[in-house]
Design a protein around this ligand. Sequence first.
Ligand SMILES: [Zn+2]
Length: 223
Amino acid sequence: MLPNILDIATDHQLTFQPRSFGKKQTLAKCPFCREDDQPRKRKKYYLSLNTQEQLFRCWFCGESGGVFRFIALLEGVSEKEVIDRYRKKSGSTYKQHPAEKLTSSQCKMMGLDAKPDWVDIRKFDYESYKELRELVWKAWKQFLWNEKRFAYQLLVAGVAGGTYGNVVEAIQEREKAIGSPLLAEVLDIYSLPERPAQINRLEALTLHMCDPLKYPYSPMEKQ
Ligand SMILES: [Zn+2]
C-alpha cells in the first residue's frame, strides 16, 4: 500500500482549504511555488491532492506526480531515496512468500548451496528477488514431487516384498528429514480405487524391478 498523501501533507503542515479537507480532492496552498501565499490570493488553494489515488498537482506551477515524488519534493531528497526508505520500512511487515520460509537444510536438500538471503536480495534488486522466489518455489515443488515418487515406489516394493513395516519407517524418517508430509500422501494415492495411469505405470515398473518373473512389465497394458 502507498503512503497516505493526506497524512504526508498534514505532517508537513500544509495549509488546507477547510471545506475540502479529507475529500477525494483536497485542496491546499502549494508549498512548491507558493503563488497562493500572496495576500491577494488568500482564497486560492492551487495544490490539489487526490486522496484516493495518492496523487498531487498544482494548478498554478504544474508540479505534479505520485506520493513518492510529493515526499521527495517536500523533503528535498530524491524520489529513489524515498522509495528505498519506504521499501525498507514495509519490509518488516512483509508477508513472506512460501519459498522464503524454506529452511536452510531444505534449500540444501533441493540442491541449492545455501538458503538465499531473502532480505538482502529484496533490498538489492526487487525484480530479481521476485524471480528467484518463483524459481526456488518451483524447484521445491519439483523436489517434493520426486520425493513422493520415490516414497511411492518404496511402498509398492515393501508391500510386494513383505517389508511393509520397514518401508513405512523409512518413509517416516524421510518426511522428518525433508520437513514435508509423505506417508499420508502416498498411502492416499495407494488406496485410491482407481489410480491415475501414470501411477499404474510407475507401480508396474517398480514391481517388475522387484521380481521380473512374477511381474512381467508391459507398460501399454492396462493394469
Ligand atoms: Zn505550485
